[in-house]
Write a protein that binds this ligand. Structure first.
Ligand code: TYD
Ligand code: MG
Length: 454
């Protein structure tokens, strides 16, 4: 029989290599590869087991297996991101920077689920019971029917879960959990993988929903254990800018609902409060229409969200001018700058460019292209755009404007918030009602002409 080989795992991305190396070929990080005991496929020398991997015809399942019965927490922003509520036996990973508010969010969520009749256990490996209790008091939740445990030993946690049989368990955080059958330190890839695997297995076997909290490193990866993402049903990221009170919970992966869905919260002195109308919030800081500002009518998940794209263009003293982009994809911004230069003859060479989405929001839709171009042009020419106008559309490399999805929703939201005009690509399939006007344009050159009356 072949000897099981030692595996070498990257602690940053979870990639498995045959031999040790200074640099991980998968993610490019240095000094992240660690040796791990091999994963075994079963007892040695036994290739055929009893027929435990039982097979059942798919057709016998369909008839009586109704869609999973979800439980709503009543915290609507949270429920929506889950796809309408909590599915029994599901495993959910909540990732985010340390201090962003994960523990706060989950304590509020678990209290809501408990009040709706679920048996809930909150397991904290990071804070003492007194600290959790203080947080609960601050949130006004000290009377919620939630069971609390401060424990890091996985075996003890599983034993408790086995005897209590809760409907929902929150593990805060996976980096503090420690499985005694694995030798490495808590927080290492091997530990995190083993602990997550045990918890997910428990969830599936006992029908308990398990929420796993994971800290993200500053590079934006869930520290070490990207592996956890593959094991769970749902991956949620809790994001926000430090110094801003807005927090966005985003579904990156969801087996039970649409990915890309967001929930918007505001961090207050008494916990997170839900933001029912994010557009109004993101635009609330907008004063008089100033050069460099454009309002983008976007879609996040299933709902429209209006955001303000802000640009600043200034003469540069550097050989290669600055391109500072916050909240937008830097690669796409470079492309837009190149298209403006080569298709419209508007150069940005010798100019520093700063771009930002107001309120700490992240916009990843290509539909934001035209709003980005508009903000850039407006800043460069020092001409303010009309304050009551929203913009959306994708820019192709030829400079043509491509229609984008859900135009109707975007326009409705703009109308609802008091905007009166929209600029959209030529073949946009949507009508507008009332006084609302829509300008449909074929390409960027026409847009530049319209804007500056040239
Ligand atoms: P926390 O939930 O502990 O973050 P995480 O679990 O992601 O590390 O949140 C910590 C921050 O939130 C801390 O800076 C204090 C702030 N906070 C409030 O502003 N209001 C509150 O009601 C609470 C509980 C925390
Ligand atoms: Mg915490």
């Amino acid at each position: 029989m072949a000897k099981a080989q030692t595996a070498f795992t990257c602690s940053a991305c979870g990639a498995v290599h045959k031999k040790w190396n200074g640099k991980c070929e998968a993610c490019g990080e240095w000094n992240t590869i660690v040796e791990e005991a091999p994963l075994s496929a079963g007892p040695a020398g036994k290739s055929l087991g009893a027929a435990k991997g039982r097979v059942i015809p798919l057709s016998t399942l369909a008839a009586h297996e109704a869609p999973p019965a979800r439980t709503a927490s009543g915290l609507e922003e949270f429920d929506r991101v889950l796809g309408g509520g909590l599915v029994p036996a599901s495993a959910i990973l909540v990732g985010g920077d340390p201090g962003i508010g994960k523990s706060t969010l989950l304590l509020q969520a678990i209290a809501s689920f408990a009040r709706n009749g679920l048996k809930c256990i909150y397991i904290s490996g990071e804070e003492a019971s007194a600290q959790v209790r203080m947080r609960a008091e601050r949130l006004g939740l000290e009377k919620a029917p939630v069971q609390l445990a401060t424990e890091t030993n996985l075996r003890d946690i599983l034993t408790t879960m086995e005897s209590e049989r809760p409907d929902l368990v929150v593990i805060d955080s996976i980096q503090t959990m420690w499985a005694d059958m694995v030798e490495s330190a808590p927080g290492s890839v091997a530990q995190v993988r083993a602990a997550a695997h045990e918890l997910v297995t428990f969830a599936k076997r006992r029908g308990t929903a398990v929420v796993i909290v994971g800290h993200v490193t500053k590079e934006g990866q869930i520290a070490g254990p990207r592996v956890v993402e593959h094991m769970v049903d749902t991956v949620l990221y809790f994001e926000g800018e430090r110094g801003h009170q807005f927090r966005i919970l985003r579904a990156v992966k969801n087996r039970f609902g649409p990915a890309g869905e967001i929930g918007v919260f505001e961090m207050t002195g008494a916990g997170l409060s839900q933001v029912a109308n994010p557009s109004a919030l993101f635009l609330s800081e907008r004063g008089q229409s100033a050069p460099g500002s454009a309002v983008f009518a976007g879609i996040e998940g299933t709902r429209p969200v209006l955001t303000e794209v802000q640009a600043l263009v200034a003469p540069s003293s550097l050989a290669s001018p600055r391109r500072t982009v916050v909240g937008l994809d830097a690669g796409r911004v470079s492309t837009i700058l190149a298209v403006l230069e080569s298709r419209c003859g508007i150069p940005f060479a010798g100019l520093d460019v700063f771009l930002n989405v107001a309120g700490g929001m992240k916009v990843t839709e290509p539909a934001a292209d035209l709003a980005v171009a508009a903000a850039l042009l407006s800043a460069r020419e020092d001409v303010a755009l009309p304050a009551d106008q929203v913009i959306f559309g994708e820019i192709s490399l030829s400079g043509a404007l491509r229609p984008v999805g859900q135009a109707e929703n975007r326009l409705k939201e703009a109308q609802k918030l008091g905007f009166t005009t929209a600029i959209a690509p030529e073949h946009t399939k949507a009508g507008v009602s009332g006084d609302f006007r829509m300008r449909k344009l074929p390409d960027l050159v026409t847009f530049v002409g319209e804007m500056f009356g040239a």
